[in-house]
Design a protein around this ligand. Structure first.
Ligand SMILES: Cc1cc2nc3c(=O)[nH]c(=O)nc-3n(C[C@H](O)[C@H](O)[C@H](O)COP(=O)(O)OP(=O)(O)OC[C@H]3O[C@@H](n4cnc5c(N)ncnc54)[C@H](O)[C@@H]3O)c2cc1C
Length: 433
């Protein structure tokens, strides 16, 4: 089976590795950028996705560069503690939660693809433009160069997978009537700063509410060795502007605007103002998603990751859900009798699961406890249990784990998605290779 992957981001590279691990090796990845650049700021890989990267043999390398985040705390905008819980191994998972620089995660995946698939399998400077179905059931796809005028390649394959991110051209080709980005009215500013370790040194904190919030966590292991660590921060603000700012991962923000918006965010456990001031660059994005699609099943063409289900970056699920998509698609393709059956099984498992995450993230996912506190106790509280019951707090945290497939017991005990020789021989279907 020959597979063409459009997009060499986290989803596309994870798919290349997952297909290879499942025994499907005729894979080409076409990436629009001139080189696979290690861009972005911090990203979280949740235990359910770390499990998949571990089974792909990458955990040791990732653990060397990321931080195994140990605990998470919600604070109100006044810096009062609302909820605290352990994360990753400390929460009982068999896999850690990793906070990591997106570029470094991409680098690990990229190097593994070069090694396992071969150096000539990633085609950079190839921007997908259109595709068509062949009479024999296969698919052709055309790619243009940077000038967008000249066709630089026409690739033939048995399956085409659009992993080309939030502005996916493959999705546009499948849904030509248009499929707009939905803006929540929230602006996000993101940066990375050198700072003093805070709380446990491996803590993630979320301070504020839907109106103004910061999420902060370290993404380097340097706190083990020095008194300084690389700290990732995200600051979000609900604005009244009706026009959506540009959605461009490299759009640089005005530092003064961020400082003005978060001028009062200095707390005894963390100085957010200082982090904003010290960031080398601050990037700005609108918080956007898209409505869930009615189908990703187009026979020999499908979608994965942000191309399939762009979501608000709540709870670290953007990259994690893309990695899960990759593993499930590879497994289904390897174990089903036909490619069409594999794509259909992938669609029926992953589309409803990710649609639930998109919808939950629109309602602020687990962050909604902060909005409840702000509405019930706008001037602060003496004891959080005067404002919310323990059951309410627990229910919010547990609901989100259920939606994202990350409940401790369920994840620890569920069957592996790896296609082992045993799984293949036990299956009553033969691989469609
Ligand atoms: C430059 C960049 C920086 C980012 N920074 C952050 C961040 O700091 N924090 C965060 O939470 N998320 C960030 N993201 C998004 C995050 O990586 C995704 O939400 C998530 O990992 C899902 O991955 P994905 O592979 O589906 O999409 P992406 O990671 O967006 O990858 C899509 C890939 O497809 C390529 N592509 C796009 N159009 C075409 C085309 N027509 N033909 C061929 N290739 C194409 C893109 O260049 C990109 O490499 C960033 C994405 C990008 C592209």
């Amino acid at each position: 089976m020959k597979v063409v992957i459009v997009g060499g981001g986290i989803g596309g590279l994870s798919l290349g590795l997952s297909l290879c691990a499942a025994g499907l090796e005729d894979i080409d990845i076409y990436e629009s950028a001139p080189v696979v650049r290690e861009l972005g700021v911090g990203i979280n890989v949740l235990p359910h996705a770390v499990r998949e990267l571990t089974e792909l043999g990458l955990q040791d390398e990732l653990s060397q560069i990321g931080v195994a985040t140990a605990d998470f705390t919600y604070y109100s905008r006044l810096g009062q503690r609302i909820w605290h819980e352990p994360l990753g191994i400390a929460a009982g998972y068999r896999w850690p939660q990793l906070s990591i620089h997106r570029g470094e995660l991409l680098g690990v995946l990229h190097r593994a693809v070069l090694k396992r698939l071969g150096p000539d399998r990633i085609h950079t400077n190839h921007h997908f433009s259109r595709f068509g179905y062949r009479e024999d059931g296969g698919v052709w796809a055309e790619f243009v160069g940077r000038d967008a005028e000249r066709v630089v390649a026409r690739a033939e394959s048995d399956l085409l997978v659009g992993c080309d991110g939030i502005h996916s051209s493959v999705r546009n080709a499948l849904y030509p009537e248009g499929d707009p980005l939905r803006w929540s009215g929230v602006i996000m500013w993101r940066g990375v700063s050198q700072g003093r370790p805070f709380l446990s040194g491996r803590s993630m904190v979320n301070i504020g509410s839907s109106k103004r919030r910061t999420v902060v966590y370290p993404i380097s292991r340097s706190q083990d060795e020095r008194s300084s660590s690389v700290i990732n921060w995200v600051a979000t603000c609900k604005v009244s502007a009706s026009e959506m700012p540009p959605q461009d991962w490299t759009y640089v923000a005005q530092r003064e605007e961020v400082l003005k918006t978060f001028a009062d965010f200095t707390f005894d456990f963390l100085d957010v103002v200082r982090l904003i001031r010290d960031a080398e660059a601050i990037y700005q994005y609108p918080m956007v998603d898209k409505d869930p699609l009615p189908s990703w099943d187009f026979g020999r063409v499908t979608l994965l990751g942000d191309a399939a289900h762009p979501m608000h970056p709540v709870g670290g699920n953007g990259a994690s859900q893309a990695i899960l998509d990759a593993r499930v698609l590879a497994r289904e393709l390897a174990l089903r009798q036909t490619i069409e059956a594999g794509v259909s099984a992938y669609d029926s498992q992953r589309r409803p699961a990710t649609a639930a995450v998109v919808r939950s993230n629109r309602k602020a996912g687990p962050h909604r406890c902060q909005d409840l506190v702000e509405a019930r106790a706008p001037e602060g509280f003496k004891d959080i249990l005067d404002v919310m019951t323990r059951q309410e707090l627990e229910a919010i945290a547990d609901d989100y784990k259920l939606v994202t497939g990350s409940e401790v017991e369920r994840l620890n005990s569920r069957e592996s998605l790896s296609v082992t020789a045993l799984a293949a021989s036990e299956s009553d279907v033969s691989g469609a290779r």
